[in-house]
Design a protein around this ligand. Sequence first.
Ligand SMILES: Cc1cc2nc3c(=O)[nH]c(=O)nc-3n(C[C@H](O)[C@H](O)[C@H](O)COP(=O)(O)OP(=O)(O)OC[C@H]3O[C@@H](n4cnc5c(N)ncnc54)[C@H](O)[C@@H]3O)c2cc1C
Length: 384
Amino acid sequence: MADKSILVLGAGIGGVVAAQALRKRLGRNHRIVVIDRKTKFEFAPSFLWLMMRWRTRSQVSRSLISLDGKGIAFVNGSVSKIDPANRLVIVDGEDYHYDYLIISLGADLAPEKIPGLAESAHHVYQADNAEKFGAAIQSFNECTLAFVVTSTPFKCPAAPYEATLLVDFLVRKRGVREKVDLHFFTVEPQPMPVAGPVVGGMIKQMLSERGIEYHPNQKLASVYLPSKELVFESGERAKFDLLFMVPPHRSPNVVTESGLADGAGWITVDGRTLRTKYDDVYAIGDVTAIKLPSGMMLPKAGVFAERQAHVVASNLASEITGDAEIQRWDGRGSCFIETGYGKAGYASGDFFAEPKPMVNPRRPGRIWHWTKVLFERYWLWRHF
Ligand SMILES: Cc1cc2nc3c(=O)[nH]c(=O)nc-3n(C[C@H](O)[C@H](O)[C@H](O)COP(=O)(O)OP(=O)(O)OC[C@H]3O[C@@H](n4cnc5c(N)ncnc54)[C@H](O)[C@@H]3O)c2cc1C
């Protein structure tokens, strides 16, 4: 068996899991290289706790350099070209050749797509932004706070609802809730549409019980800065004092230009094997576009990136070692929905189920919050 070189682009959830799962399965004669523009891994599912000041930055981040000690070569650099026809990747001007490529470059944020948004809105999609929003919500008293889901797709369908419920919890604890108006605007027809009407209905009920006004089917056109107003495509306008956004997401430019992407920029893969149109190139996680039997797209979430990473690692190792066993991803996933008061909801399901995903929601309870805490600790311990 000839020695192989496997490149993993991106050391987020999918990339870290794929590289480590491969390392476990392959002998050290095969080289595994992981490339990322950052030197630190940050566990995004904990960013909402960062916002609440229940975590510090160092508690949710780990050095990627430590991968070297696990037999994985870590390269800190920016991928500027992916050339699948020539099995070549360029990183900071340097050529990297591969036998197999796994792309896990995630999704980039593009708030600049909506005029006025970048200048006016907070978000929790990066650790430093989560900290900044966390500081902003500690200090206001009388205020209209608007949460806006600007476009789809976006990472973690539950995250904006969790952010809203947690902010509501915080302002109640601070004793200023009666002076604060909370509004949730979304381009979607219901919360988490892919999870179905029961899950959506549960979330709407939670918002309503907390006195949070929910405005579906509202597409943000711009933010008018002089009067701090949201301007929607419907023509409706809404004033705010503090603004939280789910920014538009886009595929990294290097992916859009690779020839692997669909019209929207995401990589089309076989949903079961995560293989692209090139036999030696796989893509996993947020950078992919996977159409479900229901016609909807698979949401972007770490749980999917992780499970896909295991399938790809297993199948690549089988191919390299001549093992006949081939795994197929089952489309299953789950998520927690933090609600404050030490509680979280939980939903799990089969997203490949026909004719539509089968998702089983559980009511908020302390058990799910503590399960998420244990999951976070286990995940960071297991991988770093
Ligand atoms: C607030 C928040 C809460 C969330 N909560 C949950 C949750 O509870 N459960 C869940 O399942 N998911 C959750 N998610 C979503 C989850 O974090 C993502 O879906 C997951 O990280 C996707 O993994 P990935 O490997 O595809 O991409 P990422 O983890 O985003 O990794 C992509 C990596 O690629 C690197 N990169 C990008 N472009 C380049 C380039 N050109 N050169 C070099 N490196 C590059 C980036 O630096 C990054 O490290 C949450 C996300 C957020 C923001």
